[in-house]
Design a protein around this ligand. Structure first.
Ligand code: KG4
Ligand code: ZN
Length: 367
């Protein structure tokens, strides 16, 4: 049994969690700054990092208490070191270093995108504390319920990535956004329609009452490429809003039409890549994977099993960081004390060493 403390501060959530064996969540505490950033209509980096400073220690303390474990029970401390906002990442990385040094534990720097992927591996805590039970249906044996190769669509406020995963820690990036991330498009259009921040949940809510066929919005298919583009769609909504002479603006129809356009492109392009690479499963993750239409359409339009985490694990949290860390830990990776934040960190597999990272007694198990 390997208990890992995970820490996440890459954007506007201060989070800490204790997870056993990359799967069973003992605690998962998230302090969201959404209410603070709402007045700016988006994340204000300077404010975010200062807020992390205030929250990080009580959040870690709470995660340890809720998990009912002591520092001696931990085997490693894992922290997101990129991609994300530099000032925000620094707070988490420094906290993790302090704990690792003080407790004599190994430190593991984790890529935020890899963490989002591993949110699919987690099971929720049992009532009254402790780790969760059986893995979701569709699993093979034990908790090896990723049946490789899997295709991961990671869609959040900062990322839209299509990643082919051929094993634990083995990634091939097939495509990504050329401009705005899917969540960023939701946030920008949410602002445009004056629905508030963050735009994703607000648009989803408004769209329930709208007609998705009311407005014919463009879809950027980009030929055979597995890349995405959402800035044209955002501009098309802006033009429609400006050109619409009658008042009030049909906000719910615009929201529904916009959501339908984003989901259509995400689903269709994921489906195409899944067929091309003959994968066994499709896996959704990241904040936008909380979107019910995306979940439904992906499951309906593809013949393959589609996995996605519970909504609370789609958006930023630290359980996913501890989850991803388990597989790196098993593969023998340890970060050095010179671990630095990398705001534009790219996803690399276990085969590539990050700066300052060493591999100790690399096992074949899970690598
Ligand atoms: O993963 P996340 O918490 O942070 C990043 O790593 O970026 O994702 C936040 C993003 C925001 O852009 C938010 O608008 C979007 O996820 N989001 C949604 C929904 N819930 C959150 N987008 C569409 N539908 C949702 N229900
Ligand atoms: Zn995220």
């Amino acid at each position: 049994m390997t208990l890992i403390l995970g820490i996440e501060t890459s954007c506007d959530e201060t989070a800490a969690a204790v997870v056993e064996d990359g799967q069973r969540i003992f605690s998962n505490v998230v302090a969201s700054q959404i209410d603070i950033h709402r007045r700016y209509g988006g994340v204000f980096p300077e404010v975010a990092s200062r807020q992390h400073i205030l929250s990080i220690t009580p959040i870690i303390k709470e995660a340890m208490e809720e998990a009912r474990v002591s520092w001696d029970d931990l085997e490693a401390v894992a922290v997101t070191y990129g991609p994300g906002l530099a000032g925000s990442l620094l707070v988490g990385v420094n906290a993790a270093k302090g704990i690792a040094l003080g407790c004599g534990l190994p430190l593991l720097g984790i890529n935020h995108i890899e963490a989002h992927i591993y949110a699919n591996w987690l099971t929720p805590p049992l009532p009254g504390g402790g780790g969760g039970g059986e893995p979701p249906a569709g699993g093979k044996e034990g908790w090896a319920f990723f049946v490789f190769p899997v295709l991961c669509l990671v869609v959040s406020g900062g990322h839209t990535e299509l990643i082919l995963m051929s094993g634990h820690g083995r990634y091939q990036r097939l495509g990504s956004t050329l401009d705005d991330a899917a969540g960023e498009a939701f946030d920008k259009v949410g602002r445009l329609l004056e629905l508030g921040y963050p735009g994703g949940p607000a648009i989803e809510q408004a769209a329930q009452f709208g007609d998705p066929a009311a407005f014919d919005l463009p879809r950027a298919w980009l030929g055979d490429s597995h890349d995405f583009s959402f800035s044209g769609l955002k501009t098309a909504v802006l033009r429609m809003v400006k050109a619409y002479k009658k008042r009030p603006l049909p906000v719910v129809d615009l929201a529904a039409s916009f959501q339908a356009a984003v989901v259509d492109v995400l689903v269709e392009k994921t489906k195409r890549a899944a067929e091309e690479y003959r994968v066994e499963q499709i896996l959704l993750s990241g904040g936008v994977a909380a979107n019910k239409l995306l979940r439904q359409e992906m499951a309906q339009r593809s013949d393959l099993p589609v996995l996605y985490p519970p909504i609370s694990l789609c958006t930023d949290n630290a359980a996913m960081v501890a989850g991803a860390a388990y597989f790196r830990y098993q593969a023998g990776y340890r970060s050095g004390w010179d671990l630095d934040v990398i705001p534009n960190l790219k996803l690399v597999g276990h085969e590539t060493r990050a700066a300052g990272e060493e591999v100790v007694s690399r096992s074949t198990d899970g690598a």
